[in-house]
Design a protein around this ligand. Structure first.
Ligand code: KIV
Length: 296
């Protein structure tokens, strides 16, 4: 079922439409997705951007942080999402280690996301110091999304998942990061875990659309992790998470009801079972009857 109102055909979201949205102050919506079924529902709900985030390491694969997830794992999930998405702009995260060794290797990995998984852009964490690399990838016709502030791939350097940009020096660095990525030509800029005042300043300063997560209401758009909004996160939710549904309760209730039905012989019912055609049933009864007679 499509949720698009009749008479309003949906446009494909592109790099240009994201810029347009910023220009016209229309909020950009973004959610993560990691599999076909979820991505299909997210796309049909008219979300603008679907991000196959490396948060899939925790959300889907049960790792403690995002550092272990590989390019091949990211590609596997991005391909599934690609098959579902018709209108949203599809971004795939470049995982830790895939763009840190050399520019050539980064470019090769970025190209894999486009060629092998159908991503329309790749996302790379890091600010000013990544600007040259990002320019090089964009020069190779691959749109890049930037990501600054609380960058989870830097968890060991930051000493935990801490709000960034709290001192004047840190605010100045964040502003330099944002401007460097803006000049490098990123298609959008994720701002994570920074004070809302800083996100507002960056959003006003750069031409690039900003998409915030834990960065206050004045970004050009907002992103959340799909598992967080569905209560499918087994950790302690961050302050900025709002739960819009309870998939954990839904799944638990359904699974427990199934188990109870099987254990009490309530499932499957006759109407949930296949039946032999009448002629075959009659023939079978004749054969069984003959066998019984022979045994007497
Ligand atoms: O991996 C991810 O899901 C992300 C978003 C939260 C921005 O990077």
């Amino acid at each position: 079922m499509s949720l698009t109102p009749i008479g309003e055909p949906r446009q494909k979201i592109t790099v240009a439409s994201l810029r347009d949205k910023k220009l016209h102050q229309q909020p950009i919506t973004c959610l993560t997705a990691y599999d076909y079924a979820t991505a299909r529902l997210v796309d049909e709900a008219a979300i603008d951007v679907i991000l196959v985030g490396d948060s899939l390491a925790q959300a889907m694969l049960g790792y403690d942080n995002t550092l272990s997830v590989t390019v091949d794992e990211m590609l596997h999930h991005t391909r599934a999402v690609r098959r579902a998405v018709k209108h949203a702009f599809l971004i795939a995260d470049m995982p830790f280690g895939s763009f840190h060794v050399s520019k050539d290797e980064a470019l090769r990995n970025a190209a894999r996301f486009v060629k092998e998984s159908g991503a329309e852009a790749v996302k790379m964490e890091g600010g000013e110091k990544r600007a040259d690399l990002i320019r090089r990838v964009i020069d190779a016709e691959i749109p890049v999304a930037g990501h600054i502030g609380l960058t989870p791939q830097s968890v060991n350097v930051m000493g935990g998942y801490k709000v960034q940009g709290k001192t004047l020096a840190a605010v100045e660095q964040l502003m330099r990061d944002a401007v460097a990525l803006d000049h490098a030509g990123v298609c959008c800029l994720y701002l994570e875990g920074i004070p809302k005042e800083v996100a507002a300043m960056i959003t006003a300063e750069v031409a690039t659309p900003t998409i915030g997560i834990g960065a206050g209401p004045e970004c050009d758009g907002q992103v959340l992790v799909i598992n967080d909004i569905l209560n499918l996160n087994f950790g302690h939710p961050a302050k900025f998470v709002r739960k819009y549904g309870d998939a954990a309760a839904l799944i638990s209730d359904a699974v427990q009801a199934f188990r109870a039905d099987v254990v009490s012989h309530q499932y499957p019912a006759d109407e949930e079972s296949y039946h032999l055609p009448k002629e075959t049933q009659r023939a079978l009864e004749t054969v069984l009857e003959r066998k019984r007679n022979m045994q007497r």
